[in-house]
Design a protein around this ligand. Structure first.
Ligand code: UDP
Length: 139
């Protein structure tokens, strides 16, 4: 499988709890190469744009508030089969349903504050990466 890229965010709960280093270690040990990274903070409006696909869902407003409540780390990662393999590494959206050893099983606090984002398709990985990074910030 050719090398491809996915996008991730270490969300405010995991970042503020000091779990960033442990999560990055899991990511690198799983064979992902970090090709872009930054610590930043979303406004509620920017969080709303990022999660626009969910704007009709009942959890949307709370999600935007939570995602703008503190700093995050945004990264672009490279690996063969990156999108699918990363979704496996992070586990199910709801940590109660996440497999043992996954990032969400280990670090998520709730279905909302679930530690980490992972793109769900190559197309969204591209769109989400460019939401945070310009081409000259990606190596
Ligand atoms: N989310 C939530 N309540 C729900 C479902 C999702 O607060 O019932 C949040 C959660 O932070 C999740 C994000 O919305 O990661 C995006 O949801 P999605 O269904 O795309 O899950 P993901 O792809 O992140 O696993």
């Amino acid at each position: 499988m050719a090398q491809n890229r996915t996008f991730t965010m270490i969300k405010p709960d995991a970042f503020s709890a000091g779990n960033t280093g442990a999560i990055l270690k899991m990511i690198e040990e799983a064979g992902f190469r970090i090709v872009a990274a930054k610590v930043t903070k979303l406004t509620a409006e920017r969080a709303g744009q990022f999660y626009e696909v969910h704007k009709e869902r009942p959890f949307y407003n709370d999600l935007c508030e939570y995602m703008s409540s503190g700093a995050i780390m945004a990264l672009i990662l490279e690996k063969d089969n990156a999108v699918a393999d990363f979704r496996t590494l992070i586990g199910a959206t709801n940590p109660a349903e996440a497999a043992e050893g996954t990032v969400r099983k280990l670090f998520a606090k709730s279905i909302e504050a679930n530690a980490i984002h992972g793109s769900d398709s190559d197309e969204n990985a591209q769109l989400e990466g460019s939401f945070f990074f310009s081409k000259d910030e990606e190596f």
